[in-house]
Ligand binder design. Structure first.
Ligand code: OOG
Ligand code: MG
Length: 260
């Protein structure tokens, strides 16, 4: 890795969160930010939150659908951490003034029943280790100006993770092929997107396998109980005070977030 000061960029992003203030992208200030450096900044950022009393509740994927890649102008998936403090129930209220410029997006969420690790894990292994698949809505809140970033920027920024409403119930793997789960995303009564699980690189379980391969590169894995959003199948929409977002899933039921 180059001479990038990971801890100092992590503090830069942590301050943006705590001060609820957007900041210039890191790549606007450095000649180069490698993907490895970006993940090292993310690791330092997560370590700082954990030191402050938070915990790792799971890991997430982002930018796994064409809809999201096109919306953000980034054409590769990115991996981040789900912090315990960010996990909300299935009909959640989110205080908009705790955030910078939040957006909401639907998520298909895997909840693991067994640990999962290693570079050769397959989609079938993912399903075997999954306890339930539930619906979700993620609140993303890029810490960068104009919600604009390159791949290394968004990796360093914990893939814009802010909050995640997680549905109850859901399905046991085997009942339904997750690629066929249908999602309709409605904001203030207007349908903003519809998609199936196949929008996530063809198969949401395959996305989780990619995440496990990513973690294996640093000797890590997913733990039993991990909450794992596979990425938004539609594009994201602004969350303002009074906004009501509803993600309606076949098999998985409804999840909602209201901005307050
Ligand atoms: C990056 C996070 C993307 C997803 O589900 O695609 C993400 C962003 O769009 O700000 O979480
Ligand atoms: Mg997401």
């Amino acid at each position: 890795m180059t001479g990038v000061d990971h801890a100092s960029w992590a503090r830069y992003l942590q301050k943006a969160v705590t001060e609820r203030r957007e900041v210039p992208a890191i790549t606007a200030q450095l000649d180069e930010l490698s993907i490895d450096d970006a993940y090292a900044i993310q690791d330092a950022l997560v370590a700082a939150w954990v030191e402050g009393g938070d915990r790792i509740a799971g890991h997430k994927l982002g930018l796994t659908s064409k809809a999201k890649q096109e919306q953000m102008g980034v054409d590769e998936p990115a991996y981040g951490v789900v912090l315990g403090s960010s996990v909300l129930g299935p009909a959640a209220e989110v205080a908009v003034d705790e955030l910078i410029h939040p957006r909401v997006e639907p998520e298909i969420v895997f909840v693991l029943g067994a640990e999962l690790s290693g570079p050769d894990v397959t989609a079938a292994d993912v399903l075997a280790a999954t306890e339930t698949i539930v619906g979700g809505i993620e609140v993303i809140d890029s810490r960068y100006e104009r919600f604009s970033f390159t791949l290394p920027d968004v990796i360093a920024d914990q893939t814009s993770a802010a909050r995640i409403a997680v549905g109850s119930g859901g399905i046991v793997p085997g009942d339904v092929d997750p690629a066929t789960i249908e999602c309709t995303f409605t904001v203030d009564g207007v349908v903003t997107g519809t998609a199936t699980g196949a929008a996530l690189l063809g198969d949401p379980a395959g996305c989780v396998a990619l995440l496990v391969h990513h973690l294996a590169r640093s000797g890590r894995g997913l733990e039993a109980g991990a909450v794992v959003p596979a990425g938004a199948p539609t594009d994201a929409q602004p969350l303002g005070r009074g906004t009501v977002a509803v993600a309606r899933y076949s098999h998985l039921g409804d999840v909602s977030i209201t901005g307050v």
